[in-house]
Design a protein around this ligand. Sequence first.
Ligand code: 5GP
Length: 115
Amino acid sequence: MGNTIFSKIISREIPAQIVFENETLLAFRDINPQAPVHILIIPKEEIPTVREISGKKHAELLANMYDAANIIAENEGISSDGFRLVINCGKNGGQEVYHLHMHLLGGRKMNWPPG
Ligand code: 5GP
């Protein structure tokens, strides 16, 4: 598998608190949570950033990520109060791990605009 820390989580080389898994996705708790619920939803396929996403090629994967976000939000009890989904892209987007991931944040009122 690939080079990032998330590849090692997928292959179980390093541990994570996994909350959801299916054939194409894995979701686990962020090691440095920014909200009472902070979960990362990642494709098992290695896609570095949003820039490598193509609607044609990845439509099903993206839909699966949103389905997973809804299922996890429901499981975590944050669905009805609302939550935030964030995908950082590249240097200016604040991306640190170059394996595509969606942040699911909830359990408190979020601020806007983001920093
Ligand atoms: P980014 O800044 O790339 O959008 O987000 C990367 C996220 O991955 C950060 O919120 C960071 O706390 C989280 N993270 C980095 N390394 C690990 C790790 O080894 N395990 C877990 N569970 N989360 C990590």
